[in-house]
Design a protein around this ligand. Structure first.
Ligand SMILES: Cc1cc2nc3c(=O)[nH]c(=O)nc-3n(C[C@H](O)[C@H](O)[C@H](O)COP(=O)(O)OP(=O)(O)OC[C@H]3O[C@@H](n4cnc5c(N)ncnc54)[C@H](O)[C@@H]3O)c2cc1C
Length: 458
């Protein structure tokens, strides 16, 4: 049973269905949330979309991002961090710009093609109880107020930042102390603005702002609001970006960005995923990505129904999500906080970015930190790269050759049988024509989990 058919709930339902696990997917609304939200995912996350069967369609509705430019209050470039727009180590551009409703539509369409998922829109979950090996969910149909209680082998609380499920299992949010109100504006222009194809961050503490192109004529602006401030007319704010062009504002919404992590992600057979488990300010564009990582991490464990594996979900995902939230807070502070002169901002921004562990890497690459607690080898917990390989006479991405289960990659010599888990795959020059996989393996035998995370390297 999945509560919430946002992107994370829909992704979890697809992953379950692909593994032959039937589920009921409930949402209080029938249609996806229409307001502007996520605009960026990295290449690791697109790889999850590949697993969901929507990566090629996603590439049609997204565009590679060139990276990040830091601007001063007069929009002069202070620094630039470029992303590789060509295919990166995971088989996709490192930064991908899109419109969240487009992605949600792709996920809903994919769901409709799969057997085993029953979607009920207009169903508000009002009760959850969990015993050791099963749970019960009570939901109310909005059309007539009828209440139904149904049993579930497991409940996935994917019901967003104000999660009902989180409250019902008694989990609370740890506040990582960040709260800012921002105005988010999407507009369609009557001509191309000729903007650089990455994210522009205006490091002006009087009016921190973000600007980027989303589609051919579609643009996103975000403006930090002062305490108590509410802006009715956005035209003066967007005007400096427009030149002679005219813009039609298609959406505007005020959001309070927060940094919070649930203290418990599991209670018996109930699990929290996505914004129900963690919320981040969007400065490094990782909120939705973190939710999709949750679903990918949990679903194969659920399908195997191994208690120890299920317990590892929170142990692995929580520190990862927390690390990314901390990076987002520091990035936000470094890019938009506190100084009043361009030179001072530049010094602080650049100094901060190079000093903070992880942020420098993040500024230059899209690699996320390895998962903790996976194994003792230094490679354990890291995502394997995904080069193109030749499998059954065809060029495919590595994950498509690996299939849905465990896999053991080895080189010249077959490993001892006790080291093999899942499908053994010999990595020869014919299989790996670019040599990328063999360079990464360095002659070792690598055991990969179903979520392509390295379990062991021998
Ligand atoms: C302005 C902004 C910019 C962002 N930019 C980025 C970005 O660039 N990159 C990125 O990765 N992330 C970004 N994010 C974050 C991203 O949008 C969220 O992390 C993501 O939408 C969370 O998905 P979710 O499925 O967990 O929750 P949601 O999308 O909130 O979905 C929850 C679903 O649960 C349903 N629901 C809630 N309660 C109940 C109930 N009791 N019963 C039944 N159904 C219920 C809701 O109707 C909803 O459909 C941004 C967010 C904002 C606000």
């Amino acid at each position: 049973m999945i509560v919430g058919a946002g992107p994370v709930g829909a992704a979890a339902a697809i992953l379950l269905a692909q593994r032959g696990v039937p589920c009921l997917l409930l949402d209080r609304y029938a249609e996806p949330y229409p307001l502007p939200r996520a605009v960026h995912v990295d290449d690791e996350v697109v790889r999850i979309l590949q697993e969901l069967g929507v990566a090629d369609e996603f590439l049609q509705v997204s565009r590679p991002g060139l990276g990040l430019r830091l601007l001063d209050g007069r929009h002069r470039v202070m620094a630039e961090f470029r992303r590789d727009t060509a295919t990166g180590p995971h088989g996709y551009p490192q930064a991908n710009m899109f419109d969240q409703p487009d992605l949600e539509r792709l996920l809903r369409a994919r769901l409709a093609t799969l057997d085993g998922v029953e979607f009920v829109g207009g169903a508000e979950v009002v009760g959850v109880s969990s015993a050791v090996s099963s749970a019960h969910v009570t939901y109310r149909l909005r059309r007539n107020g009828e209440e139904r209680t149904v049993p579930a082998a497991a409940v996935l609380g994917c019901d967003g930042a104000n999660s009902t499920v989180r409250g019902l299992i008694g989990a609370t949010l740890e506040d990582l102390r960040f709260e800012e109100r921002w105005l988010v504006v999407d507009g369609v222009c009557d001509r191309d603005l000729g903007a650089w194809g990455g994210v522009h961050q205006v490091c002006d503490p009087r009016r921190a702002a973000t600007f980027m192109q989303l589609g051919s004529l579609r643009y996103r602006w975000e403006f930090r609001l002062r305490p108590g401030e509410s802006i009715v007319d956005v035209q003066p704010l967007v005007a400096p970006w427009l030149g002679d062009a005219a813009v039609r504002i298609v959406r505007r919404a005020e959001y309070t960005f927060r940094a919070r992590v649930a203290d418990r992600w599991r209670s018996g057979r109930v699990f929290l995923l996505g914004d129900a488990a963690h919320q981040t300010p969007p400065f490094i564009g990782q909120g939705l990505g973190a939710g999709l990582r949750d679903a990918y991490n949990l679903v194969w464990k659920l399908a195997s129904d191994d208690e120890r594996l299920l317990d590892s979900y929170e142990r692995e995902r929580k520190p990862h999500a927390r690390a990314q939230i901390r990076l987002a807070i520091v990035a936000g502070w470094a890019m938009t906080g506190g100084q009043d002169r361009a030179a001072a901002v530049r010094r602080v921004v650049l100094g901060a970015i190079w000093r903070v562990p992880g942020l420098k890497g993040l500024a230059l690459r899209s690699t996320s930190p390895p998962l903790d607690h996976v194994g003792r080898d230094r490679r354990a917990g890291r995502l394997a790269p995904q080069p193109t390989v030749v499998w059954e006479g065809r060029e495919v991405r590595l994950d498509d050759a690996l299939g849905p289960g465990w896999a053991t990659l080895f080189g010249a010599r077959p490993p001892a049988p006790h080291l093999v888990r899942g499908r053994p795959i010999r990595v020869t020059p014919e299989f790996d024509p670019s040599g990328a996989l063999r360079r990464w393996m360095r002659g070792r035998t690598i055991v990969l989990r179903p979520d392509r995370v390295v379990h062991a390297a021998h």
